[in-house]
Design a protein around this ligand. Structure first.
Ligand code: ADP
Ligand code: ZN
Length: 520
């Protein structure tokens, strides 16, 4: 029983000629009956890491997975590969459950998927004790960490697996890699001297791009026009937004549909199936869509809104380009979204410690969106990976920003903030700088300010970016609890009154079309 048999199983059941880098070492570790932890990005090929050794070893493997909706797909995929698999969860009738249990008793199954609830239900452990179990696989193992974005209290009870079955190896798998979560997986599952495998989280084939959130619908239509017949996902914040988006795209003749948790299970399954089979090309979805969906040819992922943290973002864009061919991730970023997400967090049910963590994560997300250096470097750094050179496959690498002495621009912004008594948000500051005579500026008498129209020569979008840069540099504060009013701080006063110099990065349009126009 060794790696040779494992290679045969890989070929026989899954049709693959060789293991991907990392998989072979993981399979070997499990075959040696060692507790094993696998941190591998989405699409990296985690399933093979427990399915292959489970098939090589005599007995049955028990796979704990929190995603009931996916269990059926996984089991069906295994069955169609000739693997005797079944699942047990609360969605089944008791007759169905009994049938599966009988199959287990009869030694007819090689792989049993169970939900954590089912696993912890009364009598289930004694049922398991009557079987010849060769492996426990714990999928989505990050659910054990209270620090993570997907904490499931039942996961804490999974330590009983090791306590009750000390001789059965446990393999824990996740695509979430941050250090706190790693530590929790190792300690909470009571793993014995585990071998930990951390794959690189880099997905070099995904082109990373961020655009300002203004006029995003137009930007999306431009984007789609240049990519006809490519399957892709547009993530929206709200259920309603997914429906509106799908309708707008349909009106333009696109083959789009929507998916969110408000749909019935049946409808969700139906539309998901259509997408998997390329009968729907564009899926407008909330983040409920995509957990473990195995569609390899998703060519692009658009985030209409800023996600709440980089973990979620990376997981979501990871659904693109699983086949290794070039794919694109386009993120729209607006301060409005940041404020909405802040409100979610501060008005949500989290305690103050959790809130602070969520807010800090949101800050990191925003920093990524406003990064003026290689995006992949920023991302990999966040996930704790060293990434020395620039990636050459992101918008920043394509359009490296050049910095210039932006002291005068900064002073104009700061003085507009001062003259409006620190009561207005960035969009209004831009209106004042640009001298826009609208209801707001006229009603408030801002047109009489000295700074009114002092920055007519700079486009509004560009002003917005400079304001973000000042915020990022700590030269300006933003009061999220006052509708995003900009506030001066000690640093801003140095710029305003002591001639402190400010380096800004030149705003460059990142739309290739605009670029072309500029060049010709
Ligand atoms: P994860 O669970 O890590 O997101 P999956 O287990 O769903 O990833 O695998 C992602 C894709 O990679 C699947 O389509 C799978 O069939 C494929 N895959 C996994 N291992 C191999 C391999 N050794 N050779 C070729 N394809 C593989
Ligand atoms: Zn880059």
């Amino acid at each position: 029983m060794g790696i040779r048999e494992a290679r045969e199983v890989l070929k026989l059941y899954f049709g693959y000629d060789k293991f991907r880098p990392g998989q072979e070492e993981i399979v070997t570790s499990v075959l040696e009956k060692r507790d094993t932890v696998v941190l591998m990005p989405t699409g990296g090929g985690k399933s093979i890491c427990y399915q292959v050794p489970g098939l090589v070893m005599p007995g049955i493997s028990v796979v704990v997975s929190p995603l009931i909706a996916l269990m059926k797909d996984q089991v069906e995929a295994l069955l169609s590969n000739g693997v005797q698999a079944a699942y047990l969860n609360s969605s089944q009738s008791s007759a169905e459950q009994q049938r599966v249990e009988q199959q287990c008793y009869d030694g007819k199954l090689k792989m049993l998927y169970v939900s954590p609830e089912k696993l912890l239900s009364a009598g289930f452990f004694s049922f398991l004790k009557s079987l010849k179990i060769n492996l426990f696989a714990i999928d989505e193992a990050h659910c054990i960490s209270a620090w993570g974005h997907d904490f499931r209290p039942e996961y804490l009870q999974l330590k009983n697996l090791k306590l009750q079955f000390p001789d059965v190896p446990v393999i824990a798998l996740t695509a979430t890699a941050d250090r706190l979560t790693q530590r929790d997986i190792l300690t909470q599952l009571y793993l014995q001297d585990p071998k930990v495998f951390i794959s690189s989280f880099d997905r070099p084939n995904i082109y990373l791009q961020v655009k300002p959130g203004q006029k995003r619908m137009e930007a999306i239509l431009d984007f789609l026009e240049e990519r006809p017949f490519q399957p892709g996902i547009i993530y929206c914040l709200s259920r309603k937004a997914t429906e509106t988006m799908a309708r707008k795209l349909q009106e333009k003749g696109y083959n789009a549909d929507y998916y969110h948790a408000g749909l019935s299970a049946r409808d969700r399954e139906k539309v998901q199936e259509k997408f998997l089979q390329d009968n729907v090309m564009i899926m407008c979805a909330t983040i409920a869509f995509g957990m473990g969906i195995d569609k390899s040819n998703v060519r692009w992922v658009i985030h209409y809104n800023l996600p709440k943290n980089l973990e979620s973002y990376y997981q979501e864009i990871g659904r693109g380009g699983r086949d290794g061919a070039p794919a694109e991730a386009l993120l729209f970023h607006s301060l409005g979204d940041v404020m909405t997400l802040r409100d979610f967090i501060t008005q949500g049910g989290e305690n103050s410690k959790e809130q602070a963590l969520s807010l800090a994560k949101l800050d990191r997300m925003q920093q990524y969106a406003e990064s003026t250096s290689c995006r992949r470097k920023t991302l990999m750094h966040y996930f704790g990976e060293e990434y020395q050179k620039d990636c050459g496959n992101c918008d920043i690498c394509d359009n490296p920003p050049t910095s210039f002495n932006g002291t005068e621009l900064a002073q104009k912004i700061l003085s507009a903030v001062a003259r409006t008594k620190e009561t207005v948000a960035s969009a209004q500051v831009v209106d004042i700088l640009r001298g826009s005579r609208n209801q707001m500026t006229l009603n408030k008498g801002y047109d009489k300010l000295k700074t009114f129209g002092a920055g007519r020569d700079v486009p509004a979008q560009e002003w917005q970016r400079y304001i973000h840069q000042l915020i990022n540099k700590g030269l300006l504060d933003i009061a999220y609890d006052e509708h995003g009013a900009l506030k001066l701080n000690a640093n801003s006063k140095e710029v305003l009154f002591d001639g402190k110099q400010v380096e800004l990065v030149k705003f460059q349009p990142i739309d290739p079309k605009e670029e072309k126009e500029k060049r010709t």
